[in-house]
Design a protein. Structure first.
Length: 337
């Protein structure tokens, strides 16, 4: 069975009537979590969510939250020890490229820490209300394939809407179509071994996406806070998956002041930048961590004071394009009310 993610198919997968029913109470508690918070604490997270709760636009809210994590180091989740069943990892001390997005989405949906960990579990696990928290990589319900989270689970729950085709239609551009069947991945022995398996029965995808050369053309339809997922070209060093990287769009007028002023970026700038968690791609990998994507001035060496346009970034990497997801107002466990 092939999942074709068109506007019609999006309605089939929960836009808006097919989303999962919300649980009557939180499905997990702080006692169910393994907290790896780094410089953060439960109290600091509560304060951050209280401060940003009043921002009505969900894109501006996730931007404001994400800026608080600039500088957090990069570390792959795949290198971490698997947790026992019933435990949810809450890691704000380090991120990899996609877990950064997962945490920012979960935080932006939440009004306090308890809400945050509940939304995190709902995003990261398949139907935890019924299946609980099962961390077995092969037979459990923890999503390891990012495409299952954003093309299916987050859409079905009403956390995000896939707006890729909508954006292209508005700007009279045709989508690229990415065909991919995902398969179980074998982890290297030094990372614990075993197979990481998809959680949905259907594993074939046909995904519309925005071509790199069209990013500047559609920039008027992109918004700060839009979630972008980069389509993955398989190589010997990269798995056969749909998405290989993630980030959050920041339009030029919403860049931090310490980047706008020195770079003469005007307050009305509508160019497309983005924030992500990243390593350099040089021979000597530099852990950039969470940053506004920045210019490379020597191969593998980056200047964090020089923001890099998304269109320029796509010219220098192997990703064939992006899919765009937009946070939906009024959703989430308690919906920031």
């Amino acid at each position: 069975m092939v999942l074709l993610f068109t506007q019609t198919a999006c309605r089939t997968f929960g836009q808006p009537g097919g989303k999962y029913p919300e649980a009557k109470s939180h499905i997990i508690s702080p006692g169910d979590c393994v907290l790896e918070l780094g410089e953060w604490s439960v109290e600091k997270i509560d304060a951050l969510l209280k401060e940003t709760r009043g921002i009505p636009d969900p894109g501006q809210r996730v931007k404001s939250i994400a800026f608080n994590f600039i500088g957090v180091p990069f570390y792959p989740e795949s290198l971490l020890e698997a947790l026992p069943d019933g435990k949810v990892r809450v890691r704000l001390s380090t991120f990899d490229c996609v877990t950064f997005v997962h945490y920012m989405v979960s935080l932006s949906l939440s009004k306090d820490f308890d809400d945050f960990i509940d939304n995190l579990a709902k995003l990261r696990y398949k139907d935890p209300e019924k299946l609980g928290i099962d961390n077995d990589l092969t037979s459990g319900n923890l999503f390891d394939f990012t495409e299952e989270i954003y093309l299916l689970n987050a859409v079905n729950r009403g956390f995000v809407k896939n707006v890729t085709e909508e954006i292209l239609l508005q700007c009279n551009k045709k989508p690229g179509i990415f065909e991919r069947t995902i398969k179980p991945l074998e982890r290297k022995k030094e990372y614990g071994g075993g197979f990481v398996a998809p959680k949905y029965e259907s594993t074939s995808y046909s995904v519309p996406y925005i071509l790199p050369e069209d990013v500047d053309t559609v920039k008027s339809c992109l918004r700060t806070g839009d979630i972008i997922m980069f389509l993955q070209v398989p190589t010997p060093a990269r798995p056969f998956t749909v998405f290989g990287h993630g980030g959050i769009i920041i339009k030029g007028n919403d860049l931090p002041g310490n980047l706008k002023t020195p770079n003469n970026i005007p307050d009305n700038d509508d160019n497309i930048y983005f924030i992500h968690s990243s390593l350099s791609r040089g021979m000597d990998e530099t852990p950039l961590g969470v940053c506004i994507a920045c210019k490379e001035f020597v191969e593998g060496i980056y200047d964090k004071t020089k923001p890099r346009l998304l269109s320029h970034y796509l010219q220098g990497v192997l990703f064939p394009g992006i899919a765009v997801f937009r946070l939906t107002p009024g959703n989430g466990s308690k919906s920031i009310k």
